[in-house]
Design a protein around this ligand. Structure first.
Ligand SMILES: Nc1ncnc2c1ncn2[C@@H]1O[C@H](COP(=O)(O)OP(=O)(O)OP(=O)(O)O)[C@@H](O)[C@H]1O
Ligand SMILES: [Mg+2]
Length: 561
């Protein structure tokens, strides 16, 4: 688990030598040295819609500058301007005192800007060294100098303190976090002086997040300027020296991380205070009939799964990476079916052998991998929302009448110019809200949510939490997977903990993080109760809504006032 916002900054030493430090909230307070990066008065409009207006952003060598803000605030667009993907309409980019005009990513790369995208472009069958040097292999006598390629790669890996793999390791053998390291090595080999990471932890397993944060700190200590975008405020506070808030394409604040709180940051982002509370849980008399029942569910990953979810109930599924959480949802849905055991939906025994069958049986499954969800990027928000509903999959269950797309998208806090806007022009978080609306349009009786708020901004997160509780109140049965423990604990009426494909135990509403973690690690509940006390009073306002700190659990279980 990453450390909370209260963790002191740079426990492993001060800034890189000779580096101006940001010690005031003032945007330009980076000492007397010329900042590594200055973006001044950046403006950008798409088809007449202003997306960035007069944005200033500076970053010193040896500084981590986080950029935060709501979905659609302009964070990714600002970074794409820096990376030469979108030429700005106004403003200038100055790197080490030299003004630049980028019209192409290659120009930005040559000026020392590296952007690490979420989807990597690595070649899985090639080695790490081959991937780092692909297209610009060092030569000797007309031959590729493999020894030098490997040695240079090894040196860069050493610099980053990476020992878990080497230059000869094939990329296919690497985890997502390790592939991120390869991308960083590649950036270093290109002499990058500015590294941009746009939601780098969105695709990482919980235990990989700490590794990524350590990597960011190393880059900072090596004197790079790092721009870091994330919706998880805990991470932001763990690595950033300064934090800039964008709202509706404008810079509204730049804080020194040491001098601000999660609560203040949230207020700056969403323009109001957010309470740290989750919606009321279901009262016992609000629970109805069992809508989903699994008995003895087993397949290659899972074994002995017994699960009941009632109408009105939200059941959280916890477990470490690889414990089988997503596999459980996929098995219920019919994507990777159980090979033995039974699944009953609304009292009817079902043999679901495909997602299509799952939809037909009244299941909805918001997957963790939104890319595979099949948004049709060239179609409108409205058409995408109605896509699944219009398809044959839901035939028979489809009711007559129209779907109120407007109400659906509003309930997810979607920000789009209009319902006719093509989804490819939406920000990442807003695309995810369309996926959610698409599932809701099908009106499934049983909803499986895998990481429902990943990539969603803090304000919209609270709205989606309320929405999930409303769905339960309307009689839906909900299964929820979330790596953010405060969210899982705050939302669930019951938590089923998986360990190595089996149910390790079940915890009632209001369980503590320690209890969940202990069960997930394979300990017995009896041992857990001894030590499973919540830490009282942890977490600043808004912190839980933002993914919370490790100490945020005491408020996590409280109802909203
Ligand atoms: N190519 C494009 N054409 C038209 N509009 C675009 C384009 N790219 C982005 N936009 C719009 O620019 C705005 C900012 O989007 P951007 O992706 O920068 O947001 P973001 O802050 O990164 O949000 P998120 O947190 O959801 O990733 C959004 O309103 C988006 O719809
Ligand atoms: Mg973005």
């Amino acid at each position: 688990m990453a450390s909370g916002p209260d963790v002191p900054h740079h426990p492993d030493g001060g800034p890189a030598p000779g580096v101006g430090r940001a010690d005031a909230a003032d945007d330009d307070a980076v000492g007397t040295a010329v900042p590594r990066l200055e973006m001044r008065g950046i403006g950008k409009a798409f088809l007449g819609t202003v997306v960035l207006a007069d944005v200033d952003l500076t970053c010193a060598a040896g500084e981590v500058h986080a950029v935060v803000g709501e979905n659609g605030a302009g964070k990714s667009t600002l970074m794409k301007v820096l990376a030469g993907v979108h030429p700005p309409d106004a403003g200038e980019i100055v790197i080490d005192g030299v003004p630049h005009t980028f019209h192409h990513p290659v120009q930005a790369q040559a000026a020392g800007v590296a952007i690490i995208y979420q989807e990597f472009n690595l070649l899985p069958e090639r080695t790490v060294a081959e991937n780092v040097w692909v297209g610009r292999e060092p030569g000797r006598f007309g031959l590729v100098d493999r020894a030098r390629m490997r040695a240079d790669t090894q040196r860069l890996l050493d610099e980053l303190g990476e020992r878990s793999f080497g230059p000869r390791t094939p990329v296919r053998a690497l985890s997502v976090a390790q592939q991120q390291v390869v991308e960083v090595v590649k950036a270093r080999s290109l002499d990058a002086r500015i590294v941009v990471m746009d939601e780098p932890t969105a695709a990482l397993a919980d235990d990989e997040v700490d590794q990524l944060l350590a990597l960011v700190r190393r880059l900072r200590d090596q004197g790079l300027a790092v721009l870091y975008i994330s919706h998880r405020l805990r991470e932001v506070f763990a690595v950033a020296d300064r934090i800039t808030v964008l709202k509706d394409g404008r810079r509204v604040d730049t804080f020194s991380a040491a001098d601000t709180t999660a609560g203040r940051l949230v207020k700056s982002m969403v323009g109001r205070e957010l309470d740290a509370y989750f919606p009321d849980r279901a009262a016992p008399d609000e629970l109805g009939a069992v809508r989903l029942a699994v008995r003895g569910g087993a397949n290659a990953v899972l074994d002995g799964i017994d699960l009941d979810v009632r109408a009105g109930e939200i059941v959280g599924i916890a477990g470490l990476q690889g414990a089988g959480r997503t596999e459980l949802a996929r098995a219920v849905f019919g994507a990777d079916p159980f090979t033995s055991g039974t699944v009953e939906i609304d009292g009817r025994s079902r043999r679901l052998r495909s997602p299509r069958a799952g939809i037909g049986a009244g299941l909805g499954f918001l997957t963790e991998d939104r890319k595979a969800e099949g948004l049709v990027l060239g179609q409108s928000v409205r058409d995408n929302t109605l896509l699944a509903r219009r398809s044959g999959a839901a035939r028979g269950r489809r009711r007559a009448g129209t779907t109120d797309v407007e109400a659906l998208t509003r309930s997810t806090e979607l920000r789009a110019a209009s319902l006719e806007q093509e989804v490819r022009f939406l920000s990442g978080g807003n695309q995810q809200k369309v996926v959610l609306a698409k599932w809701l349009a099908l009106e499934p009786g049983v909803l499986l949510f895998d990481e429902p708020t990943r990539g969603i901004d803090v304000g919209a997160k609270a709205a989606i939490h309320d929405l999930m509780r409303d769905l339960a109140r309307q009689g839906r049965a909900i299964v929820m997977i979330s790596s953010e423990l405060p969210e899982l604990i705050g939302m669930s009426d019951r938590i089923v903990v998986l360990h190595e494909g089996r149910i390790a135990g079940e915890l009632p509403a209001g369980a503590t993080e320690q209890q969940v973690i202990a069960l997930a690690a394979g300990h017995h509940l009896d041992d857990v109760d001894e030590t499973g006390d919540a830490v009282p009073g942890g977490g600043a306002p808004g912190d839980d809504a933002a993914g919370g700190g490790a100490t945020g659990d005491a408020t996590g279980g409280e109802p909203r006032p």
